[in-house]
Design a protein around this ligand. Structure first.
Ligand code: NAD
Ligand code: UDP
Length: 337
C-alpha cells in the first residue's frame, strides 16, 4: 500500500484530496502548521472515510521536522499544497510569501532528495499566466504573473523544471488550478477562511448565512455579457480527483507534466449569485462597487490537455458547486469551530 505525504493537508483543497486518497486505499501523512486551517478537519476526514491520516503539526521550512517525518514514515510521493495564497497580502508582505512558498518548497524538495522520495505533485495556479492578452489559457500560454503570489508559484515551477533536468528520475506534475469552490457533498468539509474572505464563493456563503450584510460586486463595467468578471470555477471534488489522476499517470515514461485543472466554462459574478440564491433559497443582497485592483475581466482554462493526458475532466457544474458550498455553510455556520 502506498503512503503519500500531503503538505497543507488540513487546508481546503488538501482535506478533500486526503479523503479521496484514503478512500482509494492510500495511506496519508499530513504535514501542516495550521496557519490557515483547523485541526478539527481531521475528525471530519475520519468520519467520512473510517480511516485515520497520520498528522504532523509542523512547518515545511523546518528541516528537522521534515527529517523526523521522513524517518518515521516511508513515503512514496508528496502532494505539496502547503502555501500562502492571499494575493493582497503577498503584495503587502512579499518576503513572507517568498519565504513560505519558495524557501519552504526548496527545503521540502531538498529533504525529499535526501531520502529518495522523487514523485511530486505541486499546487500551482492560473495566476502564473498573469495578464497574457488572451482569455482562454492553455498550458503553453506565456507565463507573466502580475502579483507576488503568482511570482512565488512560477518560481517554484521554474525550480522544479530545473530540478527535473538535474535529476531525470524525478516524476513531477505541476497542476495549475483555476477557481476552486464547493465542498464535500456530505456538508462535513468545506472552505473555512480565517477572517474576511477574499474570494467570491465563501463571501456569498457568509452573506447567505447572515454573517455579513451584503456582497460587494467588484465592477459591472467589464467587457463581459453582464459587465461583471468571468471566472472558471471548479468544484473542489473534481480538483481533488485531478490529483489522483495525476498520481496514476506519473511513471518512468510520463515523468513531467504541466496541466490546467479547470472546467473551460466561465461564470460571471451575477451568474454565481443567481445560482447560489437558487441553491440556498436566500436572497443575496449586493452592491456594485469599483473594480478590485489587479482583477482581470475574464479568463478560463483550456482543459483539453488534462482530458487527453490524464483522462480527467471536471464533472460538476455551477449549481452543484453552490449547493455543496451552501450545505457546508448551513451545517457549519462558524466553520470548524
Ligand atoms: P489553504 O490555506 O486552505 O491550505 C493550505 C494549507 O497549508 C493550510 O492548511 C496551511 O495551514 C498550510 N500551510 C501554509 N504554509 C505552511 C507551511 N509553511 N508549513 C506547513 N503548512 C503550511 O489553501 P487551499 O485553498 O487549500 O490551497 C492549497 C494550495 O493550492 C496552495 O498552495 C494554494 O496556493 C494553491 N491554490 C489555491 C487556489 C485557491 O483559490 N484556493 C487556487 C490556485 C492554487
Ligand atoms: N468578486 C466580487 N466580490 C468579492 C470577491 C470577488 O465581486 O467579494 C469577484 C472578483 O472581482 C472576480 C470574481 O468575483 O471577478 C472571482 O474572485 P475571486 O477572488 O473568488 O477569484 P480570483 O479573482 O482570484 O480569480
Amino acid at each position: 500500500m502506498k503512503t503519500i505525504l500531503v503538505t497543507g493537508g488540513t487546508g481546503y483543497i488538501g482535506s478533500h484530496t486526503v479523503v479521496q486518497l484514503l478512500n482509494a486505499g492510500i495511506n496519508v501523512v499530513i504535514l501542516d502548521n495550521l496557519c490557515n486551517s483547523n485541526k478539527a478537519v481531521i475528525q471530519r476526514i475520519e468520519n467520512l472515510t473510517n480511516k485515520s491520516p497520520y498528522f504532523v503539526e509542523g512547518d515545511i521550512r523546518d528541516r528537522t521536522t521534515l527529517r523526523h517525518l521522513f524517518e518515521q514514515y516511508s513515503c512514496d510521493a508528496v502532494i505539496h499544497f502547503a502555501g500562502l495564497k492571499a494575493v493582497g497580502e503577498s503584495e503587502e508582505n512579499p518576503l513572507k510569501y517568498f519565504d513560505n512558498n519558495v524557501s519552504g518548497s526548496v527545503t521540502l524538495f531538498e529533504e525529499m532528495l535526501r531520502v529518495n522520495v522523487n514523485t511530486l505533485i505541486f499546487s500551482s495556479s492560473a495566476t502564473v499566466y498573469g495578464n497574457p492578452g488572451v482569455v482562454c489559457y492553455s498550458e503553453s500560454t506565456p507565463l507573466q504573473p502580475i502579483n507576488v503570489y503568482g511570482q512565488t508559484k512560477l518560481m517554484v515551477e521554474d525550480i522544479l523544471r530545473s530540478l527535473k533536468k538535474s535529476k531525470p528520475d524525478f516524476q513531477i506534475a505541476l497542476l495549475r488550478y483555476f477557481n476552486p469552490v464547493g465542498a464535500h457533498e456530505s456538508g462535513q468539509m468545506g472552505e473555512d477562511p480565517f477572517g474576511t474572505p477574499n474570494n467570491l464563493m465563501p463571501f456569498i456563503s457568509q452573506v447567505a448565512i447572515g454573517t455579513r450584510p451584503q456582497l460587494m460586486v467588484y465592477g459591472n463595467n467589464y467587457p463581459t455579457p453582464d459587465g461583471t468578471g468571468l471566472r472558471d470555477y471548479i468544484h473542489v471534488e473534481d480538483l481533488a480527483a485531478g490529483h489522483l489522476a495525476a498520481l496514476n499517470h506519473l511513471g518512468p515514461d510520463n515523468s513531467f507534466i504541466t496541466v490546467n485543472l479547470g472546467t473551460g466554462r466561465p461564470y460571471s459574478v451575477l451568474e454565481v449569485i443567481k445560482s447560489f440564491e437558487k441553491a440556498s433559497g436566500k436572497t443575496i443582497p449586493y452592491e456594485v462597487v469599483g473594480p478590485r485592483s489587479g482583477d482581470l475581466a475574464e479568463y478560463y482554462a483550456d482543459p483539453s490537455f488534462a482530458k487527453t493526458v490524464l483522462g480527467w475532466e471536471a464533472k460538476l457544474g455551477i449549481d452543484r458547486m453552490c449547493a455543496d458550498s451552501w450545505r457546508w455553510q448551513k451545517n457549519n455556520p462558524k466553520g470548524y469551530l
